[in-house]
Ligand binder design. Structure first.
Ligand code: BGP
Length: 476
């Protein structure tokens, strides 16, 4: 037992995303989204990274998002299981294309609104606060094909319409919102991050930063609208977090690590402070980027977020000599392999102290409450002879990260809540696998899409139930 330092109203829960859990990819009028076009297997990476000029569905491929874990038809039972663990918050996303199947319609699809109303009412019934991401890696495919996705300024208007619909339709049911999931991933995985495909020969940095500008304006605009519609609404930005450590104390390594951190924090700098950071000018010049900024954009950016949310799986490491031969990847962000840290079976380093360091950095920089909205260990689970999953490795990982959160709170960092990733097993964003599991609840489905979809409580389910009940005091 440790003394609890978590505030009494701390929001314990878990997180999923529409595209990795819902399935029912064309049900009740839903349109195709970017992630529906990303297959499992060898062709996954080139598409995710936007390295092809065009994407189309292929009968010979398997697309994990199409059925996922069928949360769409199981949401009641799934939410009941989360409630059984004592969840106070449930992070999930709305699929943009359920409300606007093409993305550019004038009026929303009522069936989409009805579905999410039922989901949020179910949360309310169990006393669970929804934390809703408006865009979690799923741009309507029609917007990609017709407009080039976020490279086109028109996306701001379409996103504004969609977000306004959500704030109005779910007013009274939802008050915590996130605009774009892991917004910085746009730079590292442009198609899955923001629906960007590139033409041969074009300056990709120009396309990515112009798209980033449009997302940043859209994010600030809808933050303002959320506050106008209901002053109780709380809107956050969302960073794929994890500080870069310098590989050595060589000043060149330290400088590279600082630059790498800035590359990611650039987005949060704008969303949290309300203006472009001073270093952006030189970055744009070096990359040959000239932003098309319209009158009024810089004023819109002043609508800053209420809190800073982030994912943390691993710290990162940088050296001046980084090259493709000596790097590994976690969350598609390239990093030098850190020789001091163990790693998961997927090569993601395990570093609880890195969470404390990241939290302190974010709070020092932004002075806004933080929300840890993703964390966890992707691992293979096996049933034992008694039909149990004894996932002590997952419990150990989470225990150490919860301790690190508590230490960061002791350091003076305000933390609103904790929603570990994939609280129920779901499709992996990076690999498309089901076998990379994060959940407290096992789902019977394999990498090829076979299985009964039966839900089973793992050992970690009962452990997390105790953690929540004791408000983080009992971590044994
Ligand atoms: C983040 C995403 C999630 C999630 C998580 C774990 O990048 O926001 O959608 O999937 O990482 O990653 P993976 O599924 O690749 O293990």
């Amino acid at each position: 037992m440790t003394d609890s330092q978590f505030p009494a109203n701390f929001l314990w829960g878990g997180a999923i995303a529409a595209n990795q859990a819902e399935g029912a990819h064309l049900a009740e009028g839903k349109g195709l989204t970017t992630v529906d076009m990303i297959p499992h297997g060898a062709n996954r990476m080139p598409i995710k990274l936007g390295l092809v000029d065009k994407v189309a569905l292929d009968d010979n491929e398997f697309y994990p998002s199409h059925d996922a874990i069928d949360f769409y038809h199981n949401y009641k039972d799934d939410i009941a299981l989360l409630a059984e663990m004592g969840f106070k918050v449930f992070r999930l996303s709305i699929a943009w294309s359920r409300l606007y199947p093409n993305g550019d319609e004038e009026e929303p699809n009522q069936q989409g609104i009805d579905f999410y109303t039922k989901v949020f009412e179910e949360c309310q019934k169990h006393g669970i606060e929804p934390l809703v991401t408006l865009c979690h890696f799923d741009v309507p495919m029609h917007l990609v094909e017709k407009y080039g996705s976020w490279r086109n300024r028109k996306l701001i208007t379409f996103f504004e319409r969609y977000a306004r619909t959500c704030f109005n339709a779910f007013d009274g049911l939802v008050k915590y919102w996130l605009t774009f999931n892991e917004i910085n991933i746009l730079l590292h995985s442009p198609f899955s991050g923001a629906g960007l495909l590139f033409q041969p020969g074009e300056n990709r940095d120009q396309v990515k930063y112009q798209a980033a500008h449009h997302e940043l304006v859209a994010s600030a605009l809808v933050t303002r609208i959320a506050h106008e519609i209901n002053p109780q609404n709380k809107v956050g930005c969302m960073l794929a977090g994890g500080n870069f450590y310098p590989y050595s104390c060589k000043p060149e390594d330290v400088f590279t690590a600082m630059e790498k951190d800035r590359e990611n924090l650039f987005f949060i700098d704008v969303q949290s402070r309300g203006y472009y950071p001073s270093y952006a000018k030189k970055v744009f010049k070096d990359k040959g980027v000239e932003l098309d900024i319209h009158d009024g954009d810089l004023d819109i950016l002043k609508n800053t977020v209420d809190f800073v949310s982030f994912s943390y799986y691993a710290s990162r490491c940088a050296s001046a000599e980084m090259n493709s031969g000596n790097t590994s990847e976690a969350n598609v962000v390239k990093s030098i392999k850190n020789p001091h840290l163990p790693a998961s079976d997927w090569g993601w380093v395990i570093d609880p102290l890195g969470l404390r360091i990241t939290m302190n950095t974010l709070y020092d920089r932004y002075q806004k409450p933080l929300f840890l909205v993703e964390n966890g260990l992707g691992a293979m689970d096996e049933f034992d002879s008694e039909g149990q999953i004894n996932d002590d490795y997952r419990i150990n990982y989470l225990r150490e990260h919860i301790k690190a959160m508590k230490q960061a709170i002791d350091d003076g960092v305000p933390l609103l809540g904790f929603t570990p990733w994939g609280c129920i097993d779901l499709v992996s964003a990076s690999t498309g696998e089901m076998s990379k599991r994060y959940g407290f609840i096992h789902v019977d489905r394999n990498d090829k899409g076979h299985g009964t979809l039966a839900r089973t409580r793992k050992k970690s389910f009962y452990w997390y139930q105790k953690v929540i009940a004791s408000n983080g005091t009992d971590l044994d």
